[in-house]
Design a protein around this ligand. Structure first.
Ligand code: DGL
Length: 271
């Protein structure tokens, strides 16, 4: 049993899609969320910059007394997970491994599509993880650099001609290559799930990094005896690195609940 909160971070608010799952499957856990809204998007940045940002994000979270951290960011997970795990003495979970495990389980024809940020695709981390699980899997990758800024600007709904046009352009080449499974390798993408499912059709199974990493995080807490006692209601605190005024409205969309919390502002350069 461990009553300390869990920590979750992302480049922006996309990681809240993982928080939404965590709050459903681990309602008794308290959590601290940090979104680096001053520096989002991360997806086009270099490895060095991403590691610097990731270290600062984690250093802020570690200023709270946490028991474990979920990196609810594909871009940080694909580029910086190993370094962060080596440098820190608390359990840290990334999104890549659990997402690939699920994709390897569900694919029938072993043609798996991956959509993610440019940095994630360049890292090759998803491909490497899938090939460790099943060397015969063919991984077809498509970086989607316009998705994060569009989602952060509220352009993710079905019927929105801008996001639909962009999504069709990104997905058509993957579909033409016969994928039967598509990894949503960035935690902003669950907001696009309905739209992506419409474009892909019923023959393609979507695998969400947000969902799979949240389930993996629960397994880790169980395995290490870190769960809070059942029956209690955990609380949540939210922090961002840019203005916090719009947080409640935008976070409510990502969390699919009417959030009443106010976010704290963090000067992330100080970490
Ligand atoms: N949610 C982040 C991810 O999963 C978005 C990265 C970005 O800011 O570009 O990769």
């Amino acid at each position: 049993m461990d009553m300390r909160p869990i920590g979750v971070f992302d480049s922006g608010l996309g990681g809240l899609t993982a928080v939404q799952v965590l709050r459903r499957i681990l309602p008794e856990e308290s959590l601290v969320y940090f979104g680096d809204t001053a520096r989002v998007p991360y997806g086009g940045r270099s490895r060095e910059t991403l590691l610097k940002y990731a270290r600062q994000d984690l250093a802020f979270l570690r200023s709270q007394d946490l028991k474990a951290v979920l990196i609810a960011c594909g871009t940080v997970s694909t580029t910086s997970l190993g370094a962060l795990q080596a440098e820190n003495d608390l359990p840290i979970v990334g999104v890549v491994e659990p997402t690939c495990q699920r994709a390897a389980e569900v694919t029938r024809n072993r043609r798996v599509g991956l959509i993610a940020t440019l940095a994630s695709v360049r890292s090759g981390a998803y491909e490497a993880a899938l090939h460790r699980l099943d060397p015969a899997v063919e991984v077809l990758c498509k970086p989607c650099p316009l998705f994060v800024p569009l989602v952060e600007n509220g352009r993710f709904r079905r019927g929105d001609v801008v996001i639909e046009t962009v999504a069709r352009e990104y997905l058509t080449p993957l579909l033409a290559q016969g994928i039967d499974t598509l990894i949503l390798g960035c935690t902003h993408y669950p907001l696009l799930e309905e739209l992506i499912a419409d474009i892909c059709g019923p023959g393609v199974t979507l695998v969400s990094a947000s969902e799979e990493s949240a389930f993996a995080f629960k397994r880790l807490l169980n395995a290490q005896g870190l769960r809070a006692p059942e029956g209690r209601q955990g609380d949540a605190s939210f922090f961002v690195s840019d203005q916090a005024e719009d947080f409640k409205r935008i976070a409510s969309i990502f969390l699919q609940e009417d959030l009443q919390h106010v976010a704290g502002r963090v000067d992330i350069d100080g970490y």
